[in-house]
Design a protein around this ligand. Structure first.
Ligand code: SAM
Length: 222
């Protein structure tokens, strides 16, 4: 019995099938275009490096919505005790193929069974925007509880006001998911309401791959 029961998003199966369909193209685009590759984006890399420096001695790190495992593998290379989890089995197949040295598993962020104060760090790296607006706070509360005091959460997401229905993605593959965009202030408020203390915020303008976005890092107070 899990300590926290989180509402299951009504469209979870459709979202999973959609990411399964785009998983191979997504992994290919990360490798060939630099999309999603932090090494090619200095401010994203700097944010992940700051996170890694902060949590390196704090215990296990979980990359939630890890996709093909690019960031998971980067953190593992930096010596962190990190594993990745993703809703899409096909994303995880790609992650295991590309990074056989890392640990990956399949689960929705809404189904995770995380022990209290068991993690030094959690990532929700461009992977929480499909969660309905009333479900995201529940997932953030789960993360806050799972972090050790002093543990850190880092997240990046799309900025805006819309619930944008996406019908094709990553090379014209048919998908069906909603991108729930957030204004940075609202997003930071939610993180604070979950019991975390924001420590840094990086706002990024649109680029060739996406609209404006924001990265937030927050800690569980000691
Ligand atoms: C845009 S990709 C980002 C992947 C990876 N974090 C990266 O930066 O390359 C979004 C990922 O979030 C995953 N995802 C979406 N909803 C999820 C959920 N409820 N639980 C876990 N993963 C989810 C998708 O399967 C997909 O792999």
């Amino acid at each position: 019995m899990r300590a926290h029961q989180i509402d299951r998003p009504a469209d979870l199966d459709v979202v999973r099938e959609s990411y399964d369909r785009v998983a191979d193209n997504y992994a290919h685009m990360v490798a060939t275009t630099g999309m999603g590759d932090i090494r090619r984006h200095p401010w994203l890399k700097a944010s992940i490096d700051a996170f890694a420096d902060t949590v390196s001695e704090l215990g296990p790190v979980l990359d939630v919505g890890c996709g093909p495992g690019t960031v998971t593998a980067y953190l593992a290379e930096r010596g962190l005790d990190v594993s990745g989890v993703d809703l899409s089995p096909r994303m995880i197949e790609n992650a295991r193929r590309l990074h056989p040295e890392c640990r990956f598993s399949v689960s929705s962020a809404t189904d995770l069974d995380l022990g209290e104060a068991s993690l030094g760090g959690v990532l929700g790296w461009w992977s929480l925007f499909n969660l309905p607006r009333d479900v995201l706070p529940q997932v953030l509360a789960l993360f806050a509880r799972a972090l050790k005091p002093g543990g850190h959460f880092i997240t990046g997401t799309h900025v805006g006001d819309e619930d944008a229905l996406r019908t094709e993605a990553y090379g014209g593959v048919p998908v069906r998911w909603t991108t729930h965009k957030w204004q940075p202030e609202q997003f930071v408020d939610l993180i604070e309401q979950a019991g975390l203390r924001p420590v840094a915020e990086v706002r990024l303008p649109p680029n060739e791959h996406s609209g404006p976005s924001v990265v937030v890092m927050a800690e569980r107070p000691a």
